[in-house]
Structures are given as structure tokens and as C-alpha cells.
Design a protein. Sequence first.
Lengths: 138, 156
Amino acid sequence: MATVVGYTTGVYDLFHIGHLNVLRRASSLCDELVVGVTTDELSISRKGKKPLMPYAERADIVGNLRFVNRVVPQTTMDKMQMWREIGYDRMFVGDDWKGTDAWNRYEREFKLVGVEIVYLPYTTHTSSTILRGKVLGG
Amino acid sequence: MSDEFEAGATAPAESTEEWNRGQHKKDWRVGYVSGAFDMFRVDHLDQLRAARERCNVLVVGVHTDEVVFAQTGKTPVIPFEERLEVVRWMRDVDVVVAQDTEFLAEAWARTRFDVAFVPHAIDAGHTDYQALDALGVAIIPLPGGRISATLSAATR
């Protein structure tokens, strides 16, 4: 059987157990897991804030996880463009996106190229936003 | 190993490059690194990686919340179980254990490591290090590792 390449993305600033659980779950649902780590530039343009940890550090930590096969820079929010570059078979997204207009559209588009979108639940209350507040708030 | 160790004699490597040039690879069988690893950062990763370069099996003792509190007077931001879980899945880490003591010599009683990699220059007068030396355990300071400027400024 052909290798199933999985793909998921994130900023992974202040890496925590929530990130770990989602990545582990994703890796169990594919043969090879590629993780798109959002670049500093994309994070600034999208969220208006720079991550506390620069891309190189965030990518290094994610890439050192046993179940992550490869890290690539996520330079665009356009998942179809990333697909053209990577050629993954399955994409993992947080289930908070399920049913949104953007992801309903992605589901239709990706179906045409044979990519399945899998929504994964977040299993923790820890979030980077909360941690960022704690770090910056002292 | 203990015969070669002189407390206070080993200077910490200035950089990762210097570390990688120095001595022989895989000098020891079981190596030990301990720490809180509260909000896992790239300098933690650098330390684990440098330690793994020098031993065949790297055991990491993650400080329990009680030990972190005893050492710093603060409760860690991330609870023990979550800190341990993140460290456990790092490629450079072979085994994780809970370290429920501040003292490496007490941790050794359980883990029996050949070398302790410590994240700072050796203090020859440190009683914990003297106890380890008496047990025949090598003590090697790790190079500092990278730390992001933003995070460093925010957490100090």
C-alpha cells in the first residue's frame, strides 16, 4: 500500500501538551507526518503579532518530536498551494474549524484532488494565548 | 570515570561547536540531565541534544512541581505531568523519570547514571557534586544553547 502522507499546520509558539496531543493523534492516522510551521511573517500579517519564539526555534522543537517526519515553513494560509508543494493525502485540522465556510469550501476542493480532511478534537484547556499572557504578564 | 574527575577542573564549553569538537563521542553509557522544562524552549532542546551526543542512553529527570517550588519558590506554569510528556517525545530523549528530589546524588540512587550533564559551570564546593563524585559519577557542564531574545526578555 502506498504511503499516506499527512499534513497539519500551526504556529506552535510556547509548545505545550495540546500541540503534542494533536500531533500525536495526527501521526497515528498517517504513515508520514509533515508539519507546516507558520513563519513569523505570516503570523504577523495574520494575527498582527510576532510569536515569542522565532520560526527557527519553533520548527526545531516540532521537528525533534519522534512522530514528526518533516517540518516545512507555512508561508501562506492557502492550503491548496501548500498541497501543490507537498502533495499530502490527508490533512488534519482542529475540530473548531468544522462547518466553517472556509473549511466547507476546502472540503469540496480537496475532494477533487483526493485529499481527505480530518478534524481532530483539542483535548486540553492549555493554549498558547493563555501561556503568552502568563509570560508577558510576568 | 571518577579518577579522571577533578571537581572544578572542567570548564563549560563556550559554544555547541566547541562541545562537538571536544573529547570523544559517546563517552558514557547512561547520561542524566535534570530540569523543570517549564514551557519547553529551544535552549532546553540544545541541552538535551548536546547531552545525547555524549552518551548511549539519555535519561531525563523532570523535576516534580514540589521540587520546582522548593528551588524557585514558584509553582511552574505547566504542571508536572504535561512537562514530562513533552520531554518524553523528544527524539534525543531515551527515558524520562520523575525527579522528586533536589539532589542529583539522590536521583542517582534510583537511576544509576554514569554521567550527569549540568547546565552551568561546576562549583567544586557543591556538596551534591561532591557526593556524585564519590559515587564515581562524572559531572559535565553543558554549553548554554540558544535562547530567543523575545522570550528571554519576557521571562526574566
